[in-house]
Design a protein around this ligand. Sequence first.
Ligand code: NAD
Length: 309
Amino acid sequence: MAFFTHQVRRAFSSSAVRNVVIKHVTIIGGGQMGAGIAQVAASTGHTVTLVDTSDDILKKSIKGIEGSLKRVAKKKFADKPEAAEEFVLKVLQNVSTSTDDASAVQGTDLLLEAIVENLKVKRDLFGRLDKLAPKHTIFASNTSSLSISDIASSTTRLDRFGGVHFFNPVPMMKLVEVIKTSTTSQETFDSLLNFSKVLGKTPVSCKDTPGFIVNRLLVPYSMEAIRLHERGHGSKEDIDIAMKLGAGYPMGPFELGDYVGLDTIKFIMDGWHAIEPDNPLFAPSELLNKLVAEGKFGKKTGEGFYKYK
Ligand SMILES: NC(=O)c1ccc[n+]([C@@H]2O[C@H](COP(=O)([O-])OP(=O)(O)OC[C@H]3O[C@@H](n4cnc5c(N)ncnc54)[C@H](O)[C@@H]3O)[C@@H](O)[C@H]2O)c1
């Protein structure tokens, strides 16, 4: 499939490439997150190349982006259907697709990875593309639970590597966690913060620690809710009602777990438990392990803590 190369726009200092102004973004992984990020980046005037492993997947990604854009346009241009149509077309024109990541990284300012949550696969991808991407290109991962430093060390551009963690669904969720490792340069970090702001998001600065801010608080909270239930302190329904009405949360912890995916929660917990086996916040749950072993991952499989039709 076609991809575009674009003029690189950079600000130079006397000695090194600094403060890359991100205009062209290459997103690797056109799943839930990658497609969402592509939509938002294209809507805010960036040119985007979306990369995945097959044309069929990419077709689905573009269809999803189009459907989401139409919903946005319907609200934005309520009484002007022509303007709405024009908006959707204009944004879609900013997105091209490719199954050839080696070509897609040419001339890009930012390489943003949103592929499967597996350290080896991410390291292999970045290590390979490091040799092919232009020198100024910033590399960033959207990982939820892996260490950015562990991913970045597969490359030689440790100063131009950071984390940009979006939330699902990307077009709706305002937050972006921008992660600075001990080797990320201030210029790279500032470019990523600025990029997040240009996307219309609110960035927060995070250190490269497990779960950054949101998941570091949210995942142990979800696990403690499950353990509370396992100890017989409350039904799932009562715990969900309690947190919604008592703490003002939009979803209870069991509803949220089913929405996020119980396999994802287990994957994150297992990873952290392996790093800190004595931390009681990261202790495994029998109930969660059982549900995942039975393939009950939540909404996406039709059953998790609750059943879905
Ligand atoms: N789903 C969430 O709520 C969420 C939130 C924040 C961050 N994340 C992180 O974002 C990343 C992606 O998550 P997702 O939910 O979008 O996953 P997903 O399964 O929906 O999408 C992943 C996509 O990557 C593609 N892919 C896999 N390996 C590839 C490769 N080598 N080259 C190109 N494409 C490849 C797959 O075909 C798939 O389309 C993960 O690291 C995850 O931890 C997820």
